[in-house]
Design a protein around this ligand. Structure first.
Ligand SMILES: [Zn+2]
Length: 54
């Protein structure tokens, strides 16, 4: 078992998130087709109470 920071070196292989068209964050999930930041393509903006609005 060797998880943790040591695994970070292997993370450059698969492209999981690309730049989101709506919010501009690098958070659009390629396979899920959904932005982890704003929820694109959902019409409403993704927002949670625990995530402080900024
Ligand atoms: Zn987004």
């Amino acid at each position: 078992m060797s998880n943790g920071t040591a695994v970070m070196g292997k993370m450059s292989n698969k492209k999981v998130h690309i730049r989101c068209r709506r919010c501009g964050h690098h958070a659009y999930h390629v396979r899920e087709k959904r932005c982890a930041h704003c929820g694109f393509p959902a019409p409403k903006l993704r927002s949670y109470r625990w995530a402080k609005a900024k």
